[in-house]
Design a protein around this ligand. Structure first.
Ligand code: ATP
Ligand code: MG
Length: 347
């Protein structure tokens, strides 16, 4: 059932109801007279405004997420109480243990910058419960409404703005900060194709990903996933597909060029082979961008990052002047250390 209105209705009285045409899924929608804009979703006597008033499915998803919270509330209430009272992490974990009395005790997964995340089992299914530290969760719920149904993107099931809590399906795997050589070698072409598709669908639906490595997940069987994303009505202008492609390419190249101690030719050779594995993924990804025909800007962004990575990693190539210098310095350092000379006297 849909309800037609020129603008966001203060009251539902005197509005025309239409039983055919646009389907509101499981909810009644308030839509503009031509049905092209969703203005809100009816819940009881209330109308929840559609903040962007553009896509009915997004409005329905948001209402579903907020509505579903009552089903989860009993299971998460003790967690919220413990979180609000706790003065330290140890304190928090202890009171959770006590409150859940050994049954399906929530397990801490991560403490991010903006939230504490727990895994909780409810009726045999696992969920990621995110307790936010600030009240900035509206954007997160909006993002998740826009990302509903997009394969690979975090699927939020329930949320409460008041309790600062969101409950999502678990994305399998490890977060992008922990990708290693074996993971690089496990990434398949199909997974890269699905990733590009996910990045594209994100843009098409106004989803704005936050390109931190910790917001990407990778599982060898399932591939890449993305969590903790927001919504941007001007996404195609502000953050087009090539920006998402760059974010993913940076994830593959992430941090690796600055994170190793090179004290011998062997160190350099071992490190170089790890970089080569990353480069191979970057090159396969740029080939896939080309084959999938997402446009020249997308391809050139992927190629640019692969080329830059390849050029920069050459300093680690066995026998390079830079490696020779690192080895020379390491030898010198060991020698001076053995003669007990303080470092500030030899540089
Ligand atoms: N739905 C989920 N499935 C699996 N793991 C999750 C999920 N949500 C969060 N996590 C885990 O918790 C970590 C932090 O989550 P999130 O990004 O939501 O918090 P944050 O405070 O924004 O952290 P950060 O500042 O690191 O981005 C993720 O890197 C991931 O390891
Ligand atoms: Mg995050």
């Amino acid at each position: 059932m849909t309800i037609l209105a020129e603008s966001f209705p203060e009251t539902l009285d005197n509005l025309e109801r239409d039983d055919g045409g646009l389907s509101g899924g499981t909810r009644d929608l308030v839509v503009s007279p031509m049905g092209e804009k969703a203005l809100g979703v009816v819940m009881g006597n209330e109308v929840i405004p559609s903040q962007e008033a553009s896509r009915a499915d997004r409005v329905v998803a948001r209402a579903d997420i907020l509505n579903a919270y009552s089903l989860f509330e009993p299971a998460v209430a003790p967690l919220i109480e413990a979180h609000n009272k706790a003065t330290s992490k140890e304190d928090l974990l202890e009171s959770i243990e006590a409150m859940y009395e050994g049954i399906d005790v929530p397990v801490s997964i991560a403490d991010g910058g903006a939230a504490s995340v727990f895994k909780i089992v409810i009726e045999g299914k696992s969920y990621a419960v995110r307790l936010a530290n600030s009240d900035e969760i509206e954007g997160y719920i909006k993002g998740s409404s826009a990302g509903r149904g997009i394969k690979g993107l975090e699927q939020m099931i329930a949320a409460s703005v008041e309790d600062l809590i969101t409950i999502s399906e678990i994305i399998p795997g490890k977060n992008g900060q922990r990708l290693n050589l074996d993971d690089m070698e496990a990434i398949t072409d199909e997974q890269l194709i699905s990733t590009l598709q996910m990045l594209k669908e994100a843009v098409d639906n106004g989803v704005r990903i936050d390109p931190n490595a910790t917001n990407f997940m990778y599982d060898r069987d399932v591939g890449f996933g993305i969590l903790d994303y927001g919504y941007d009505p001007n996404i195609e202008m502000d953050f087009p597909l090539e920006a998402n492609v760059a974010a993913f390419a940076h994830l593959i190249a992430e941090g690796s060029l600055y994170s190793s101690v090179i004290e011998s030719e062997e160190d350099a050779a071992a490190y170089y082979s790890k970089l080569e594995a990353r480069l191979r993924v970057l090159k396969r990804f740029s080939d896939i961008c080309r084959v999938q025909n997402e446009g020249e800007r997308v391809v050139s962004e992927a190629v640019r990052i692969a080329d830059y990575f390849e050029a920069t990693m050459q300093r680690y190539a066995p026998g390079s002047a830079w490696v020779k210098e690192q080895v020379r310095q390491a030898v010198k350092l060991r020698e001076w250390k053995s003669r007990d000379i303080k470092p500030d006297t030899f540089f």
